[in-house]
Design a binder for this molecule. Structure first.
Ligand code: ATP
Ligand code: MN
Length: 483
């Protein structure tokens, strides 16, 4: 079989091996024909650029050419020749074309015209065949690879934390239950409640909302680790920034304080951006133009001030702003939208939780830079965050990005047993169920820190895609688990 002899379009475009005979395989994007010749634009997903196949009707049978319609899959063998037209250096002079898979032009939903992102979401099984989604998923791959490369090069170990867990101690959000009980007729205890002792795990279980707690266990043995896995939250938030199933990267490091943590997070984000700038130039250029085009329909004041690539370079090259929650509240109190009552949630006093409108004001209007916000009131943060000397705040850190809002949430963890236990008791978190977590503080505890980066939010930032549903292949959101 000649399949293993096929050459990827990316390779051809890198090398332009004029004169050699090669076999290409890919899907037809467009076909233009006149009496003397047909031009077929072929794409195999290896690169955004299509490759031009030139088919002479004296060489390629008419019934074959007829089937080379948009969406059909072809195997083309021919000679690489210098291109006659402008645009690309070479093209393929077809000697033989085999139609591997036809695509009935009357029924194939993707046409060479422009489709809306909303429409493409309904045909997510085909949308990767468009330029936009091809670009998004190549960039997504590059970023995922860069995540592993970054940490591997630094000596961090990749830990696979469980996807099924029995603790929702973090309280990061509503969980999806995992059960093998008959939900129509579950076994009951004497008091009428469902008897989970008879369930698969002999207790209630759910899909993980974060790998952090297990990540901490690993960090207190291997020093520097990270997790990168699927994360599930059943929150009913229908926003452009939330998925029910998303991927999170969670490094966790022994011997790091809050400042070390922020330094790592900033360096990591810049590394990912630089990796994409270096390795995804063509796709980013395409996505930049797509965004420009999309923004043409917006009022001028809602358009981005910078083009995509310029913005990525700006973020990669400049220091992030670092301020405390308390400083942020002062800025927000005095801000125009607060004074003029334009915020939906007005900032009146210290202690208020920050909504995305506030986060975006700080990043997009006030500083015009990524912001690392630290030292939040303990009441609005999780129990495991390290308590500061003031007795009011904890060593939390959120990183806010333009156009995105919160991209990272993290903290220095409370390593002191008594303080951790007393905080858990205040919040009614059962310390007996968390015996294994508390053991790390009981035996060989040490200062340690970590954070969680929402992978899709990062892909959104780098690709400029406005809706998180467009940076994951098959999004899961309230009411939607198709494909
Ligand atoms: P938000 O306030 O935006 O809902 P969060 O504070 O609940 O986020 P964390 O628990 O701090 O989120 O999770 C760490 C990171 O995971 C966030 O900074 C974000 O990038 C990402 N993230 C959280 N929830 C979601 C979600 N539902 N879909 C996609 N990414 C998410
Ligand atoms: Mn958070």
């Amino acid at each position: 079989m000649a399949f293993n002899k096929r050459v990827k379009i990316k390779t051809i475009l890198d090398q332009h091996p004029i004169g050699s005979e090669i076999t290409l395989m890919g899907w037809v994007r467009t076909k233009r024909s006149n009496k003397n010749v047909s031009f077929i634009a072929l794409n195999d997903g290896s690169i955004i650029t299509n490759y031009q196949v030139v088919a002479d009707p004296n060489v390629i049978a008419e019934d074959v050419l007829k089937k080379c319609t948009t969406g059909a899959c072809l195997k083309v063998t021919g000679t690489v020749v210098e291109s006659q037209g402008a645009g690309q250096a070479s093209e393929l002079n077809a000697k033989s074309i085999e139609v591997l898979g036809e695509a009935d032009p009357e029924k194939y939903p993707l046409q060479p015209k422009k489709h809306s992102l909303e429409f493409l979401r309904e045909i997510a099984h085909l949308r990767m065949r468009t330029n936009t989604f091809g670009a998004v998923f190549r960039v997504r791959h590059a970023l995922a690879f860069a995540v592993n490369k970054y940490f591997n090069d630094k000596g961090f170990f990749y830990i696979h934390t469980p996807i099924i867990t029995a603790s929702d101690a973090e309280g990061a959000g509503e969980t999806f239950k995992v059960t093998t009980l008959d939900i129509a007729n579950p076994p009951r205890s004497e008091d009428g409640s469902v008897d989970f002792k008879q369930d698969f795990f002999e207790r209630e279980a759910n899909l993980t909302v974060s790998g952090q707690l297990e990540g901490e266990l690993a960090a207190l043995a291997l020093s520097e680790i990270y997790t990168f896995g699927p994360t599930f939250r059943a929150e009913n938030s229908n926003t452009t920034r939330h998925l029910a199933e998303f991927w999170m990267i969670e490094p966790e490091m022994a011997f790091y304080d809050a400042e070390d943590n922020a330094d790592l997070a900033e360096d990591f984000l810049k590394y990912l951006i630089n990796y994409a700038l270096t390795n995804c130039q063509e796709d980013l250029k395409f996505l930049e133009n797509r965004l420009l085009d999309e923004e043409k329909s917006k009022p001028v004041d809602q358009r981005s001030e910078m083009r995509l690539i310029e913005k990525l370079k700006f973020v990669a090259e400049n220091d992030f702003v670092r301020i405390t929650y308390t400083e942020a509240i002062e800025i927000l109190k005095r801000s125009k939208p607060n004074q003029k009552k334009k915020f939906q949630f007005l900032i009146e006093e210290w202690g208020a939780d920050l909504q995305s409108e506030h986060e975006r004001y700080l990043v997009e209007k006030h500083f015009k830079k990524p912001v690392i916000l630290t030292d939040y009131p303990k009441e609005i943060k999780s129990f495991y965050m390290r308590q500061n000397e003031d007795g009011k705040t904890v060593a939390a850190m959120d990183i806010l990005f333009p156009g995105i809002g919160e991209i990272i949430g993290g903290s220095q963890r409370e390593e002191r047993m008594e303080l951790l236990v007393s905080r858990m008791e205040e919040l009614n978190i059962p310390t007996d169920e968390m015996w294994w977590f508390l053991d790390t503080r009981r035996f060989g505890s040490t200062p340690h820190s970590g954070f969680g980066l929402g992978f899709e939010r990062m892909v959104q930032f780098v690709t400029g895609m406005g809706n998180i549903r467009d940076v994951i292949a098959f999004p899961r959101t309230p009411g939607n688990a198709e494909f």
